[in-house]
Design a binder for this molecule. Structure first.
Ligand code: GLV
Length: 343
């Protein structure tokens, strides 16, 4: 008798023609409308699944996987994976994968676009024009801050941070960065970025871009104390995760002239944006779209699908997913299965 096909859960509508590739190996249950899944609904969907293709909307930890004994792999469509409790997945022998590299340049482009829009007040001046407030050309209208000749600070110097540094070089900026570990000298040379302490980065940056991964250790790293160390003329751009910034302190600094402007693509309570931020004119707000070019979003889904197929032991890379977050779980998962089978 033919073995029953394993089931995988796809949590949101993605690109059907790419997700289709899963159907060669598994029974696919795909959610066909954008959905906010309650924790209990996630647990229910994972219950009989061997794998899942999920987005940053789905928070998955010990409670969600507790009733899913067959679950072996979770492919996250995104480079950040703070929606997943990796230690809990690893101890259950569940491999998690993410989608690095394919989104690096697109996200760096967007970081730069948001920086320019913020420093040069592009969305603010467009709103003002559309509201019919432009009565006469004047010399002092919407004066912003220069990028060229200024100092750009990059907090988090991974692939995306390095992509932003390369772009900044082309704009004639001085680039400083701060990172958990200092980059090798050849990378510093190639990106044109100089290492600075966190304090020096805050104090010297005319523009500060946040590109570091979220972890509880960096929760509200940019708080009132950090903001007070920045220049009052500075701009702050966040394309990382909302929780890195204390948004109440940021809104207060922006409202009282202690910081010139901010560009935010990510928020602590997404998709809710705090009213104090919505009320400010000197903040550019975008809906978490930094990796959102069509080509890149397709590439992210394709990589996630490849990861899921391989992590579940199918396809040309069976057992060797391209971008695992916790490769140690590949071994743990095999051991758990073997034990269950009485080996
Ligand atoms: C988006 O925020 C991602 O982590 O890919």
């Amino acid at each position: 008798m033919a073995e029953a096909r394993r089931r995988v859960w796809v949590s949101q509508p993605l690109f059907d023609d790419i997700v289709e590739r899963l159907r060669a190996h598994f029974d696919v249950t795909q959610v066909d409308a954008v959905t906010e899944h309650a924790p209990q609904a996630i647990a229910e969907s994972l219950r009989d699944s061997a794998g899942a293709l999920v987005t940053l909307n789905e928070r998955i930890g010990a409670a969600e996987i507790a009733g899913a004994p067959q679950l072996r792999a979770i492919a996250n469509v995104g480079v950040g994976y703070n929606n997943l409790d990796i230690p809990a997945l690893t101890s259950a022998g569940i491999v998690a994968t993410n989608t690095p590299d394919v989104l690096t340049e697109t996200t760096a482009d967007f970081g730069f676009a948001l920086l320019m829009a913020t420093a040069r007040r592009i969305t603010e001046s467009e709103r003002w024009l559309r509201e019919g407030k432009w009565q006469q050309w004047s010399f002092g209208t919407m004066l912003g801050a220069d990028l060229h000749g200024s100092t750009l600070g990059i907090l988090g110097m991974g692939r995306i941070g390095q992509g932003i540094a390369r772009r900044a070089r082309g704009f004639g900026m001085r680039v400083l960065y701060h990172n958990r570990s200092r980059l090798p000298a050849d990378v510093e040379l190639e990106t044109g970025a100089a290492y600075a302490s966190f304090e020096a980065l805050l104090a010297q940056s005319d523009h500060l871009v946040l590109v570091l991964p979220y972890s509880p250790q960096v929760h509200h790293l940019i708080d009132a104390v950090a903001l007070a160390k920045m220049k009052p003329t500075a701009t702050l751009v966040n394309i990382a995760r909302g929780g890195i910034v204390d948004e109440a302190a940021l809104a207060d600094a922006l409202a009282h002239g202690r910081l010139a402007a901010a560009g935010l693509d990510v928020y602590e309570g997404e998709p809710t944006v705090r009213p104090e931020l919505l009320a400010l004119r000197n903040v550019v707000l975008t809906p978490h779209i930094a990796s959102g070019s069509l080509a890149t979003r397709r590439a992210m889904v394709a990589l996630a699908v490849d990861n899921l197929i391989a992590a579940l032991g199918e396809g040309p890379r069976a057992g060797d997913p391209p971008t695992p977050v916790n490769p140690e779980a590949l071994v743990a998962g095999k051991t758990i299965i073997a034990k269950r089978q009485g080996a």
